[in-house]
Design a protein. Structure first.
Length: 269
């Protein structure tokens, strides 16, 4: 099921601003009908000193990207496409958990607004069952030895999803497709941002262990047989742990432990 153009309303900026009034995002919402990329505009703003909590949101992106440079497709005014500027002042070893804050916020917000069971596929893709619901593309700058800024770019399929994503094994889905009903994108976005703020403040206050534990509880790979793709070669493994710097620990079929800092994983063997 896909959303028709007549059913897709623009985001309500007045309600968004009212809901976020007491948050770190207050007065920092930048809204565009169409952009090439919310991350690209957010990065330009960061270079000009954009404040933490700046949110760039667009109804449509002409050149949206996901991980590995893959295109992120969306019909206008159907999904949530936005980028959040954070200035954590933390070391590089905390970049994974900064991104985890975004992944957890998506998962929690969708779960709260629907009856869906939402999980995170390492490192930061959001899944319902075996279909991808949302993705995160982050960009960052270091001001030695700390993160000067992190841009957490989010694409969340609300009312529309492409037939399938690349690679073909990763099918896309949307909230509408999974539930059969429309949800208010304005309400979902405001809830997601407020949840993100709560996780982010916990991280900045030193609760890295709590953020990692929450992430692990949402993981759909831990304890599962997975296929790890490194340089286009697949390796069958068992995922056994995720460290606070994002390292995925796996055991190969021959009993060898491998620690992965990057790569694609699939639950389909």
């Amino acid at each position: 099921m896909q959303a028709s153009a007549t059913k897709c309303k623009l985001l309500n900026l007045t309600i968004l601003e009212q809901t976020l009034e007491d948050s770190m995002f207050s007065g920092r919402l930048i809204y565009e009908k169409s952009l090439d990329s919310t991350n690209r505009l957010a990065k330009s703003l960061c270079e000009k000193g954009a404040a933490e909590g700046t949110v760039v949101v667009a109804e449509h992106q002409s050149a949206g990207r996901g991980r590995m440079g893959r295109a992120w497709l969306a019909e206008p005014s159907t999904n949530l496409l936005f980028s959040v500027v954070l200035r954590p002042g933390l070391g590089m070893e905390r970049l994974f958990l900064v991104n985890a804050v975004g992944a957890l916020a998506i998962a929690d917000a969708v779960a709260q607004k629907t009856s869906l069971h939402v999980g995170i596929k390492w490192p930061n893709d959001i899944y319902v069952g075996r279909a991808k619901l949302a993705g995160i593309l982050s960009e960052f700058s270091m001001k030695s030895p700390r993160l000067e800024y992190v841009i957490v770019g989010i694409g969340l399929n609300v009312h529309w999803s492409p037939p399938q994503l690349d690679p073909p094994a990763d099918h896309a889905t949307s909230i509408l497709k999974e539930t059969g009903r429309h949800v208010c994108r304005t309400d979902l976005l405001s809830s997601l941002l407020l949840i993100m703020e709560r996780y982010y403040l916990r991280l900045k206050q030193g609760d890295a262990a709590g953020i990692l534990e929450a992430y692990k509880k949402r993981s759909i790979v831990l304890g599962k047989r997975i296929m790890v793709f490194l340089e286009e070669q697949g390796l069958g493994c068992m995922a056994v742990d995720i460290e606070d710097n994002g390292t995925l620990r796996v055991i190969t079929e021959k009993g060898k432990e491998i620690r992965l800092r990057w790569g694609d994983v699939s639950l389909r063997l």
